[in-house]
Design a binder for this molecule. Structure first.
Ligand SMILES: C[S@@+](CC[C@H](N)C(=O)[O-])C[C@H]1O[C@@H](n2cnc3c(N)ncnc32)[C@H](O)[C@@H]1O
Length: 249
């Protein structure tokens, strides 16, 4: 994996982790709605671990997996610094491998959009099915086609963050034939008296709700809800940039 390496420090120091911290705040109400009382959580594509730490602080036993060694290193350091116990593992979510089973699986913030092939989405859902106990939940979000093709494309170039030590520019484009958004990230990180340049190209695929549902069905995960907002728990609209699914094994 050649992304989330040098960009990892931009991600960790930027506002990005606030998103999954928010998911951790909202999640208890969602679990209550479905009468779920999990103790163990597997967080896929956990990144720098904000969600995992927040849930561990609430008393859950959390395991986080990610494909980026650098993101996992930051996750480990932050958990140690905050004196929080979380298990972080290097795993590709397309080929999850666990002996134990979990009471809840989560996956937040675009992570599933990084899977560019439909069969990779199916393989990931199949791994989730294997990792869950019967009757337990998988809750995830994804950018919609609208979100990537329209929402992301409002500005052809913008400054994402500008601090005394980091400067980050985004240039998005969308391929309507392949339904793939490409985000060219150019960053500058302060090093001594100068700045070092970082370039990464992130690709995210927009899946239709129909495609997502077909993949879920194929592996035997049952849809309980599909929302345009996790907090409001309301129906997705045609212009929803993101959708949240609650599914059950
Ligand atoms: C936008 S970040 C989200 C991180 C975290 N879930 C959060 O909410 O802050 C996307 C994450 O997906 C991870 N990722 C992408 N493809 C992956 C794969 N195939 N398996 C595991 N992790 C993956 C990246 O390394 C990155 O940490």
């Amino acid at each position: 994996m050649d992304i989330y390496e040098r960009f990892a420090c931009f991600y960790a120091k930027g506002a990005y982790p606030k998103y999954s911290e928010r998911m951790a705040e909202i999640l208890p109400a969602v679990l209550e709605r479905f009468g779920a009382k999990p103790q163990t959580i597997l967080d896929l594509a956990c990144g720098e671990g904000a969600f995992a730490r927040a849930m561990a602080k609430k008393g859950f036993q959390v395991t986080g997996v990610d494909l980026s060694p650098k993101m996992l290193q930051i996750a480990q350091e932050r958990a140690q610094r905050e004196n929080v116990k979380v298990e972080f593992l290097l795993q590709d979510m397309r080929s999850l491998s666990f002996e134990e089973k979990f009471d809840l699986v989560t996956c937040w913030y675009d992570s599933l959009n990084y899977l560019l092939k439909l069969e990779d989405l199916t393989r990931t859902f199949a791994g989730v099915w294997r990792a869950l106990k019967k009757g337990d939940l998988f809750i995830f979000d994804m950018n919609t086609v609208y979100g990537l093709a329209i929402g992301w494309q409002r500005y052809p170039c913008y400054v994402q963050q500008d601090t005394y030590e980091l400067f980050e520019i985004h240039r998005p484009i969308y391929d309507f034939e392949k339904n793939i958004a490409t985000l060219r990230i150019t960053g500058f990180v302060k090093e001594g008296n100068g700045w070092s340049r970082v370039e990464e190209e992130h690709k995210e695929r927009g899946y239709s709700l129909r495609e997502i549902r077909e993949c879920l069905k194929e592996v035997g995960l049952l849809e309980l809800a599909c929302w345009g907002s996790l907090q409001e728990m309301d129906e997705p609209r045609p212009d929803s940039g993101r959708v949240w699914f609650v599914v059950r094994k």
